[in-house]
Design a protein around this ligand. Structure first.
Ligand code: NAD
Length: 509
């Protein structure tokens, strides 16, 4: 029996223990979730949304208390826990309350003249049991929002939260019990990789995974065995481009927040900063002053909390030390203490594209800065990574900003802002290249939790169709004529072709 330890990473305080789910528990949970699916899928959407509204009220009422608990589980400052875990979740619930009926209603689509008199529509069908496997950096909202999306769409859910922040998994379990949802509509299975693997092996109808690229690939390979659809929300190495016509003070404030919020443990952190050479000295002065002024500590009255995962500190340290050994300069920060979970916000200059700090996901409070001289160079540097999650660019020239935005290889782009695209639940979220597959949030994000069923409806009053047996010469003439008539440049019809069409139409009745 594996026991997970609940610990506050910032203080080292032990908060209790939790037993990892056994393989038998995973199997039983899947069985029960499948049984619960039958009734949840047929529960009217309005009733499903009532549960969400209750959850919203609960979160509004208990939000501060929950944020404190998330803060204890992660070491993030409580204001950040409130803004990024509670507020974002409540806002998403409201989005579903207002828009889910419209998004999940059957949709008529046009039917071409060649298919007359048929009508076509799409309807959205629940899939079954959705497995949500979530990470530790935003352990509440990155678990709860996909769970809610799956529920709204009529699925039941098994959530496997991160073993690095098990107390938040427990919190989520309690939350769904408090609403309360009908039995087995949401089940939480605590534990690490083995539990995640066991859930995947139970053949859920869909896997929604948020985590590292390496794990995403393993999950996709395992899912391929049973052709289980996967959605992968993976890592990033997000760029920020500051042009010389940017509002420098705003861009400097954004760089500091975008790189150091949540101690840089954000898939959309600013991990690479490219500044136009003309404004670089002034920009560097401003970001350095702002980074030095940050208050680091836990939990209240601080701006930068601790790291959440001790393993991540090792990766951050390796990237920084490798860069410094290869010639980079730490303008501020850059030192590590082996017994602390806090990393001082660090700014690195003299970095090069070959360094790990500019290529691989660092996931810590480190801001490496390079200069560029032309728009083309900035775009080339920003795109020179296997990742493509989020990017930001800073310019007061609207045309230039939009032109550059369209050339960035990134699933999400912010102009004169950072990270924030995720905050709009109307916008689909997801990565390109190795940052992921699929989108959640927005209408397409909700549809991703459904089977999209296409229906074509004929009145059924004619005895046959123009394309059915028995084939005739007239049929062939009619199709050739129709093709040129509907899609060609000139009209190829005469007495003979009209006669063929007429004889074919008569055969329908
Ligand atoms: P991780 O890949 O180590 O683990 C994520 C989850 O997968 C955990 O719950 C873990 O127990 C589980 N898991 C691990 N191996 C598994 C396996 N073989 N089968 C099934 N489940 C398995 O990721 P992490 O360290 O928890 O999270 C950090 C990563 O997540 C970073 O790379 C970050 O960029 C990424 N992330 C992406 C987004 C996004 O929206 N794109 C958001 C947050 C974090």
């Amino acid at each position: 029996m594996t026991v997970l330890s609940l610990q506050n990473p910032a203080t080292g305080e032990q908060l209790g223990t939790l037993t990892q789910a056994t393989p038998e528990q995973v199997q039983q949970t899947m069985k029960r979730a499948r049984l619960a699916f039958a009734s949840w899928a047929t529960t009217p959407l309005s009733e499903r949304l009532d549960y969400l509204a209750r959850l919203r009220h609960y979160l509004v009422e208990h939000g501060e208390e929950l944020a404190q608990k998330i803060s204890q589980a992660t070491g993030k400052v409580s204001l950040e826990a409130y803004m990024t875990e509670i507020f974002v979740t409540v806002d998403t619930i409201r989005f579903y309350e207002k828009n889910a009926v419209n998004m999940l209603s059957a949709q008529r689509v046009p039917t071409s003249l060649a298919l007359w008199p048929k009508k076509s529509y799409i309807h959205y069908k629940p899939m079954g049991v959705v497995a949500v496997i979530s990470p530790w950096n935003y352990p509440f909202q990155l678990a709860v929002i996909p769970v809610l999306s799956a529920l709204v769409a009529g699925n039941t859910v098994i959530l496997k939260p991160s073993e690095i922040t098990p107390s938040t998994g427990l919190l989520i379990e309690e939350l769904f019990r408090a609403v309360p949802l009908p039995d087995n509509v949401v089940s939480v299975l605590h534990g690490g990789r083995e539990v995640g693997q066991a859930v995947v092996a139970e053949r859920p109808a869909k896997i929604f995974f948020t985590g590292s690229v390496a794990t995403g690939k393993k999950i996709m390979a395992a899912a391929a065995e049973n052709l289980i659809p996967v959605e992968l929300e993976l890592g990033g190495k997000d760029s920020m481009i500051v042009f010389e016509d940017a509002h420098l003070e705003r861009a400097a404030n954004a760089a500091v927040w975008g790189a150091f919020t949540n101690s840089g443990q954000v898939c959309m952190s600013v991990e690479r900063l490219y500044v136009h050479e003309h404004v670089y000295p002034e920009f560097l002065k401003r970001v350095t002053e702002k980074a030095i002024a940050l208050r680091q500590g836990f939990p209240d009255q601080a701006e930068v909390g601790s790291m959440t995962s001790p393993q991540q500190i090792g990766i951050v340290r390796e990237h920084v030390e490798e860069a410094i050994a290869a010639g980079a300069t730490a303008v501020t920060g850059g030192h590590f203490s082996s017994d602390s979970m806090f990393i001082t916000p660090t700014i690195l200059t003299q970095v090069t594209p070959e360094m790990k700090i500019m290529k691989e996901e660092t996931f810590g409070p480190i801001l490496p800065i390079m200069t560029f001289s032309t728009e083309e160079e900035a775009i080339r540097l920003a795109n020179a990574t296997p990742y493509g999650l989020n990017a930001s660019l800073w310019s007061q020239n609207k045309e230039k900003a939009q032109r550059v935005a369209e050339q960035l290889e990134s699933g999400n782009v912010c102009i004169n802002d950072v990270i924030i695209s995720y905050a709009n639940p109307h916008l689909p979220f997801g990565g390109v290249k190795q940052s992921g597959i699929g989108r959640y949030r927005g209408p397409s994000g909700l549809h991703a939790f459904t089977h999209i069923i296409s229906v074509i409806h004929d009145p059924g009053t004619r005895k046959r169709e123009v394309n059915w047996y028995p084939y005739t010469k007239d049929q062939e003439i009619m199709f050739v004529t129709l093709t040129t008539l509907l899609f060609g440049k000139w009209r190829k019809w005469n007495r003979q072709t009209l006669g063929a069409i007429w004889r074919e139409v008569k055969r329908l009745f």
